[in-house]
Design a protein around this ligand. Structure first.
Ligand code: SF4
Ligand code: FES
Length: 249
């Protein structure tokens, strides 16, 4: 396959960025998108130039490290896929693909296709955990939970914190991510102790990080590689309302 790429190149957060054209020949349609970028980078390095910077780790769709826009779509055109699991057979020979980083105030650009997603870590740090203050945790198998509840909680826990939901949202809102993290703990018995302080603290942190509000567009659900539904956002809003009434915050 022959592919024309227009890749966002930006040496650092304060430098000006621009789209740079690259053409690659002899790309196998079985390659992943990231393997194709590896080939592009080999050529760039051979010319003594600076390779395209992008994030990746597992390359199996489970860690959430990869992610950028392809022709404006987070993780590219295949629904329910991360960009590391996207294969070149999803494109046609001769296609021109514009590759850009996530663009959101809460995700400042580091270099080229890499953005700083540490805001997600700070939202988790605000309450996305359960604390065990004394003794050891009980064996999870000894706590009985209804099957439907477990499945809902696990579906929410599937979020890999990639940030595609933010990139797709016109408000750069991170509520799909935040609500998935709040939901999975709110549904489980282990998450009950901090249930109401958690939702208020995490929502406040979300807002403080510069992410916008939800206006029910549903773009986040459409691009989420783990197909996290926006019902999580509705649950987060209910949890938040209950928490503010109970805690008076
Ligand atoms: S909700 Fe989906 S798109 Fe958003 S961070 Fe989690 S896995 Fe990524
Ligand atoms: S590199 Fe781990 S999800 Fe893509």
């Amino acid at each position: 396959m022959k592919i024309h790429l227009r890749v966002w190149r930006q040496a650092g957060p304060t430098q000006a960025g621009r789209l740079v054209d690259y053409t690659v020949d002899d790309i196998s349609k079985e390659m992943s998108f990231l393997e194709m970028l590896d080939v592009v980078n080999e050529g760039i390095i051979a010319r003594g130039e600076d390779p395209i910077a992008f994030d990746s780790d597992c390359r199996e769709g489970i860690c959430g490290t990869c992610g950028f826009l392809i022709n404006g779509l987070p993780h590219g055109p295949v629904r329910g896929s991360t960009v590391c699991q996207l294969h070149m057979r999803s494109f046609r020979d001769g296609d021109t693909l514009v590759v850009e980083p996530w663009r959101a105030k809460g995700f400042p650009l580091v270099k080229d296709l890499i953005v700083d997603r540490s805001a997600f870590d700070r939202i988790i740090r605000a309450g996305g955990y359960t604390s065990i203050n004394v003794g050891g945790p009980r064996d999870a198998n000894s706590i009985l939970i209804a099957k439907d509840t477990v499945e809902q909680a696990m579906d929410s826990a599937a979020c890999i914190a990639c940030g595609a939901c933010v990139a797709a949202c016109k408000n750069a809102s991170a509520v799909l991510f935040t609500s998935a993290k709040i939901s999975h703990l709110a549904l489980l018995p282990q998450g009950q102790v901090e249930r109401y302080t958690r939702v208020v603290d995490m929502v406040e942190r979300h807002d403080a990080e510069g992410f916008g509000s939800c206006s029910n567009e549903g773009e986040c659900e459409a691009v989420c590689p783990k197909e996290i539904p926006i019902t999580n956002i509705a649950r987060m809003n209910r949890e938040y309302l209950k928490a503010t009434l109970l805690l008076g915050r």
